[in-house]
Design a protein around this ligand. Structure first.
Ligand SMILES: [Mg+2]
Length: 235
């Protein structure tokens, strides 16, 4: 049987990527006198991905990538008011209300009577802690982990730290790259709940997915029924 169900947070329990989409649209507008929106989006994507190793995930890292993109858009002759406008976008993102996805609260409450629920989210510690405390659902979790990167090693560290056997662990999330494949690779179970807004960087190449055993649900509201069926097969 499963004892611990771990959940990803961004775009699994609450909205995240739509805030980035809005910010990208705003940046394209700011830079529209200099570059087409397609150019801005492409350059920003490139900068975000190449900066991940330097800055890590999160809004503050994204902001530095926006400034870098703006500098490139205007051939390095960036003006202070452009930087101010970008910082305004960042502050709006950082202070945004947490918007829970459909079924989140009800599903967590339902499952919390039978399982230890855990939150495993990656990103900037300050940003993630703020969202967790403002989500109104932090009381549903017995354990919360904020990590810089979701790798097989990090998952093994988490299991060890909390004395959880991998066969008793199930991870739920919207990212094949971060929530599903690393957990499957260490022998855990994973339930993939796709979200149409998932960042392209979280989608692995087809060959990375081949052979990986995980289940897929349409939405979080199906999880209690899925767990009941799973427990019957596990005996
Ligand atoms: Mg996510």
């Amino acid at each position: 049987m499963i004892e611990v169900i771990a959940f990803d947070a961004d775009d699994t329990l609450w909205e995240n990527e739509p805030f980035y989409h809005r910010a990208k649209d705003d940046l394209s507008r700011i830079l529209s006198p200099y570059r087409e929106a397609d150019w801005v989006n492409r350059k920003l994507d490139e900068n975000e991905v190449s900066n991940l190793q330097v800055y890590g995930y999160g809004i503050k890292s994204f902001t530095l990538s926006m400034i870098e993109t703006a500098a490139e858009a205007v051939d390095r002759k960036i003006e202070a008011h452009t930087i101010s406008s970008i910082l305004e976008i960042a502050k709006r993102m950082l202070s945004a209300e947490v918007e829970l996805l459909d079924h989140t609260e009800q599903t967590l409450l339902q499952l919390s009577s039978d399982y230890d629920l855990m939150l495993v989210t990656k990103g900037d510690l300050f940003e993630q802690q703020r969202k967790i405390s403002r989500s109104g659902i932090d009381h549903c979790f017995n354990r919360i982990e904020v990590v810089a990167e979701k790798t097989p090693t990090r998952y093994l560290d988490i299991l060890k730290k909390h004395h959880i056997k991998v066969e008793r662990f199930l991870m739920v999330g919207n990212s094949l790259r971060s929530d599903i494949l690393p957990v499957v690779s260490i022998g855990g179970r994973a339930v993939y709940i796709p979200n149409e807004n998932t960042w392209f960087h979280e989608m692995p190449e087809q060959e990375e997915i081949e052979g990986a055993e995980y289940d897929e649900l349409e939405h979080l509201g199906q999880l209690p029924e899925y767990m009941a069926a799973l427990e019957r097969t596990l005996g």
